[in-house]
Design a protein around this ligand. Structure first.
Ligand code: KG4
Ligand code: ZN
Length: 337
């Protein structure tokens, strides 16, 4: 079965074709980062208008790469939430209109389910069950994943998401938008021992996390050290990254211990962080568990993960497509669908 996947929840338009027999055939992405960077963050109305401009040309490009026709498509998966309402509606409208014209079903996909299953697009793919650390711009959650659609929330951030903390701290340090990759790059050149930043909720017995205090600590440090020179900037980045990586690592280890599971899956934009990957790989080797990541290019938002999640739902016949979008949508609620 051939599934077309459309992602338009935030600032990336992603389209992909996934075949249940031969795998990912094509994926195309347009990032709006350059457009939004002028404003220091995503402007929802501009995002929606840009998705409208991009989605059909990207679909045409995917079909050309995969050497398939529109009529070859068996189902159309799209991100139905969570995300920006107007942006989500673009993907939902295009998917539903195409599906109606082709007489094929639509599959409403949860954006985080897309991220969660994206490591299955890499080789080797993880087997169920596994613990998943979902670290994106809007969410930071630890989940026990028992199968497609069977997600149990173990713990989550009580305030800012990890990606949000990266982006907000980067802004305070004077880096551009989105700050995560820029902060991470600068951290590589910094001295990790010059400043120590707090590791919020590191020793709490549960699996919840908190990152807003860390961001405030960065603000205080920036104020104290101003005007910042390049070395100080890099040293603050290194201290911030070390703090956040330690919290994500320790909480992931605690989740593995608590569930007794031996597989850890990392998904979402912050999963592209080199330092986080190095710390997890090191712990996996020492403690004898396996860690899985999506292909690097599929860590951040993309259509491939939506096409893949849609295909899995098609196989399991859990394909509730509808025109409605859900800007706020709890992943654990999928267990009842
Ligand atoms: O999953 P994603 O593409 O979008 C959401 O669903 O939110 O994640 C985007 C987030 C942003 O906060 C971005 O700064 C962060 O992922 N990010 C990174 C890195 N690459 C992307 N954070 C730290 N290090 C990176 N290398
Ligand atoms: Zn995302």
């Amino acid at each position: 079965m051939l599934v077309l996947g459309i992602e338009s929840s935030c600032d990336e338009t992603g389209v992909a074709l996934y075949d249940t027999e031969s795998g990912l055939l094509a994926h195309q992405l347009h990032s709006q980062i350059a457009m939004h960077s002028e404003y220091g963050g995503v402007v929802p109305e501009l995002a929606s208008r840009d998705h409208i401009r991009r989605v059909l040309p990207l679909t045409t490009a995917c079909l050309a790469t995969a050497q398939r026709q529109l009529s070859d498509i068996d189902a159309i998966a799209y991100t139905a939430g969570p995300g920006l309402a107007g942006a989500l509606l673009v993907g939902a409208s295009v998917a539903n209109a195409m599906a109606f014209a082709l007489g094929k079903p639509t599959i409403a996909v949860h954006h985080l389910e897309g991220h969660l299953l994206s490591p299955c697009l890499a080789e080797p793919a993880p087997e169920f069950p596994f613990v998943a650390l979902l670290v994106s711009g809007g969410h930071t959650q630890l989940m026990a994943v028992h199968g497609v659609g069977r997600y149990e929330l173990l713990g989550e951030t009580v305030d800012d998401a990890a990606g949000e903390a990266f982006d907000k701290s980067a802004k305070l340090i004077g880096l551009g938008y989105p700050g995560g990759p820029a902060l991470s790059k600068l951290a590589d050149t910094g001295d990790v021992n010059r400043f120590t930043l707090p590791r919020p909720m590191l020793h709490t017995p549960n699996l919840d996390m908190s990152f807003s205090g860390l961001k405030t600590a960065v603000l205080n440090l920036v104020t104290q050290q101003s005007p910042l020179d390049d070395t100080t900037r890099a040293d603050i980045c290194a201290a911030f990254q070390a703090a956040i990586v330690e919290v994500l690592l320790k909480k992931s280890l605690k989740a593995l211990k608590q569930t007794g599971m031996k597989r850890l899956v990392i998904a979402g934009g912050v999963g592209a962080n080199r330092q986080l990957r190095a710390a997890l790989d090191d712990a996996a080797q020492k403690r004898g568990f396996a860690v899985f990541y999506p292909p690097l290019e599929l860590c951040t938002d993309n259509g491939a993960m939506i096409a893949y999640a849609g295909a899995q739902r098609l196989i399991e016949q859990k394909t509730a497509g509808s025109f409605a979008v859900k800007p706020r949508w709890d992943l654990a609620s999928l267990a009842s669908t």
